[in-house]
Design a protein around this ligand. Structure first.
Ligand SMILES: [Zn+2]
Length: 438
């Protein structure tokens, strides 16, 4: 009887605990902003689709991405700063590779993006070259290296094997030879452990090819190199930023800016598409998720949402914006630039966290209170994303990126299929809670 009564009492107690927990959890969830995970995934999948052509400068892929962001703004009722116009245009030059990019060793045709990349400054070039090879023994011996790089190679393709080269000074010396072609080579090759592509506003008069370690292991594999590359250079390309806002309920002439660049590297020939899921379809998806939220739930301050163009070309969109802002830069209460939001296994890094320590501490304490991320790491300011031109102009800003998980970066493996979005929701909650503290 006793034990029966105890069992009944325990059941009652458990029931009570369950109700209290449920109530507490519901309250907890109600306090944080609702998050639409299907929408966040859809935006990543659309922007990083192979049909989006890496949001580069072929078939107006960048413009299509900008249009997608503007369409989302329109759907969410985000207001444009100018009547019926979400865009701010700017102009630049850009080198592109919309046609063939072929590199072969002896009789072996290599796979673009997998076995090799070309420098983004590579011109149109077709030919077969004899190779002058600088192996790591030569590179690691200063006297041998100096002798090798003192010569000129007007008819040869000079190949630097950087495998096993660890000395930073040596890397710098070789890096300068490669970047400036001080050896007057017909072409330059580099063997590296990781292929990292980029995009350029200029064209060289010689090709540079980077090979993945393992593609060329012996000299005899690369006695000759055949190249057939076609570039297309635009000297006056029109790019655009996409801007909109939600009016604040209490202090509408003070602004909080959420931004993310939508451009990426485009294609390297018809075979290699750099879809840029993490960099930065993920940041755009976060910016759009926040726009969707604040459109329905206006905040105290006006909330501004910006999709930057031309970031990979050297922060062109944001540099252009700070010269022609649509409202005074001094009215920005805080800016949060989002780039690489797709992982988070190891937390986030806050670039320029040292510049605004109290605000950084606030992020840390929210994170601790809500138990969201493994780490909120502080970093000095750096010119590595679109917050930088704003910080230079004295605007308080952070650039936040996620850490850990997949290592794909500026390569063909930065894909939507493998982007985990591990802590996407947690970062979203952290950002919306952070805004509440302002
Ligand atoms: Zn980026």
């Amino acid at each position: 009887m006793q034990s029966y009564k105890l069992a009944v009492d325990m059941r009652k107690l458990n029931y009570l605990i369950a109700i209290v927990c449920l109530f507490a959890c519901t309250i907890g969830n109600a306090q944080t902003a609702p998050f639409d995970s299907a929408y966040a995934r859809l935006m990543v999948d659309t922007l990083a689709s192979p049909f989006s052509l890496g949001r580069g400068y072929y078939r107006n892929a960048d413009e299509n991405a900008a249009n997608l962001i503007a369409t989302e703004f329109f759907k969410h009722n985000i207001q444009p700063f100018e009547k019926n116009n979400y865009y701010q245009q700017f102009h630049f030059s850009v080198n592109t590779f919309p046609h063939q990019v072929k590199v072969a060793l002896k009789d072996r045709q290599l796979i673009p993006g997998v076995d090799f990349i070309i420098s983004p400054e590579t011109p149109t070039v077709k030919g077969t070259y004899k190779v002058a090879w600088a192996d790591s023994n030569t590179i690691n011996n200063r006297a041998k290296l100096d002798k090798f790089i003192s010569k000129k190679y007007p008819k040869k393709f000079v190949l630097f094997n950087m495998k096993g080269v660890t000395d930073e000074t040596t890397k710098k010396i070789v890096g300068k030879v490669i970047a400036d072609n001080t050896i007057g080579a017909a072409g330059i090759g580099v063997v590296r452990d990781k292929l990292t592509w980029s995009v350029s506003t200029t064209v060289d008069n010689y090709p540079t090819v980077e090979f993945l370690t393992g593609v060329i292991t012996k000299k005899k594999q690369a006695k000759k190199i055949s190249i057939d590359i076609q570039n297309q250079f635009f000297d006056d390309y029109t790019g655009r930023n996409v801007l909109g806002f939600v009016k604040g309920t209490e202090v509408p002439d003070s602004f909080i800016v959420f931004s993310a660049h939508y451009d990426h590297l485009g294609i390297m020939g018809t075979e290699a598409i750099f879809t840029g899921a993490n960099d930065n379809a993920s940041g755009c998806s976060m910016m759009l998720s926040l726009a969707k939220h604040y459109a329905k739930n206006p905040a105290k301050y006006s909330m501004v949402f910006i999709g930057w163009g031309g970031e990979e070309l050297g922060l062109l969109g944001s540099f252009n914006y700070v010269d022609k802002p649509v409202f005074p830069l001094g009215k920005i209460k805080f800016m949060l630039n989002l780039d690489i939001m797709g992982t988070g296994d190891d937390g986030i890094t806050v670039v320029n966290g040292t510049g605004h320590k109290a605000k950084f501490d606030s992020l840390v304490s929210i994170n601790k209170k809500l138990n969201l991320l493994k780490e909120v790491k502080i970093r000095n300011n750096a010119a590595n994303s679109d917050h930088y031109p704003f910080v230079e102009k004295g605007v308080p800003a952070f650039f936040i990126y996620t850490m850990g998980g997949i290592k794909a970066y500026h390569d063909i493996y930065d894909k939507r299929e493998t982007l985990p979005m591990t802590k996407f929701k947690e970062v979203y909650i952290l950002l919306t809670e952070f805004v509440k503290t302002m």
